[in-house]
Design a protein. Sequence first.
Length: 253
Amino acid sequence: MNWVRTETFKIRGYEIGPDHRVPLQNLCGYMEEAAALHASELGFAVETLARRGLAWALTRIWIEFHELPCLGGAVPDEEESSLVRVKTWPVAVERLQYRRDFLISWRDRVLAKAASDWVVINLETRRAERIPEFISALQPRAPEKVMAGGRLKLPSQESGPELAAFTVRRADIDRNNHVNNARFTEWLVEATPAEISSSGQIRLLQIMYRAESRYGDVVVARGAREPESGAFLCGLYRRSDGRELVRARAVWN
C-alpha cells in the first residue's frame, strides 16, 4: 500500500500568464488531479464512489505559498524547468471530514504546502454522509502533517461591496455536475482588487466551500481588506437567491 503518491505535471506554454508564472488555479488543478489518482490507487476512486451513489467534495483548503513557478528565465528546452511535482497523502478521518495534505515542488524547491478537508456526499440528496468504512479503514498510522491546520473560521462578506460577477459556463462544470473547485479559486483571484494583487505574490490562501453552483448561475464576488491584518477577505454568492458559495481569505505581499 503506497500511502504517499507523487505526480509530475508538465507546465504547458498556454498555462503561463504575462508575469511568466503558473496561475494559482492551475496549481489547484494539479493538486486535485494528484488526489484523484491517489484515491484511485487506494481503492476509493471517483468511479468507485459513484457506483455507490456517492462523490467526493472539497470543503476546506489552506495553502501556504513560498513562491509560484516562474518560467521567465527558463531555457525552453530545459525539461526540469517545466515540471511541477505534487506529493500527497491521507492524514486522518475525523467525523465527516477526510484530511489530505500536499507538498508542491519545482526545481527541488518547495513552492507550497496545503492541508485539505473532503467529505463524501450522497449524489441524490447532495448532503454529506459519514466516510464509508472501506475508506476510513485505510489510513496510515502516523502520517506527516504539513501544517497544524485546524478549523477555518472566516467571516461572511455578504454586506461587502460587489467586486465582480461571473456567469457559470458549461466549461466551468466538472464531472460532479457543479462548478469545479479550481474555477472558484480563479474567480477569487480575478475579483481581488489590483491594488492588492499587483503588490506582490500570494502567500496564504484559505477557502471554505459552502454550497454548489451550477450552469447558468451568476456568481457575485464581495469582499474587502481585513482591518487588523490587511488580508483580503472575499465571498462568492449566487445572485438569484443570495446563497453563500465560498468564503476565502488571502494574504498578498
